[in-house]
Design a protein around this ligand. Sequence first.
Ligand code: F6P
Length: 327
Amino acid sequence: MVTRVRRVGIITSGGDSPGFNPFVRAVVRMALYYGWEPWGIQRGYEGLIAGDIELMNSRSVSGAIGMGGTILGSSRSEVFMTAHGIRDALRNLNEADIDAVAIIGGDGTMRGARALYEAGVPVIGAPGTIENDVCGTDVSIGVDTALNTALDAMDRIRDTASSQEQAFIIEMMGEKSGYLALMAGIAGGAEMVCIPEEPFTLDDVTREVADAYIRGKKHCIITVAEGARPSAREIADHLRAHEGETGFDVRLSLLGHIQRGGSPSAFDRFLATRLGAAAVERLLAGESGVIVGTIENEVVTTPLSEVTECTRHIDEEYLSLAKVLAR
Ligand code: F6P
């Protein structure tokens, strides 16, 4: 339990998402409000291992509310989860006299946060990932912006797909989670959604495309999560080889990292701000070893031990909605 925090470290880690910066800003300014010193740890856990830690002030986060990426830098650190990674991190936190750490990132980052907490450091995590696969919150910071970016791309693609009467395979980010592909599929009116959580075959896809043609559709849009198997590329190759059966010309579009960048939406700015402020207040109240998240719009905390053991599932209701409304 934290008795008295004087110096709080801030880490942004793993794949960044739009909203990391408003989170950092909220932690910095809330910490200053309580008379603490905010210390920015650079490049995620890599910077913690290297001792790359800088004192921040209110001006360090000027303009950060609307910036994409992360002003602190980020990394995916494999060394951190080794005994010597943790040992160097503890030594550097000790040397900088940092009493507690606020960490934003996805599930891998939360496993690192748990390791740090179990090594004796008061830690508060916050869910920041475009995949929405962190438990302990209804939605992670960055999901809303990424979804809107994916949707905007999808709308543009539909314009050209309709004009040219094409089938488009659109790959969206999500190595383990089909959340973005599913939600963009519903909000963007896709004819089919292919995600890692729901088994499908190349023949299923061919049937859907042929069916869309027979029903008189001018296009056939399929959103495919990065982690879906068969992959977006395999689907496109297969459909190309069977164009005669489906009636549509086939195109493939990989949206890639554009979904991770960009200025955070209003929703993500609010969420990041609420959770950044809550992280400081929970530390002040003596809480640690938890993540802050929102459930039914209330800020709640969940132990890191629970969050890191839990798998977030896709909502079955959304899956069937996507299928029914695609007709
Ligand atoms: O942040 C999650 C994620 O976007 C995954 O969907 C994707 O597979 C991965 O990051 C790619 O990240 P990077 O290019 O940083 O390794």
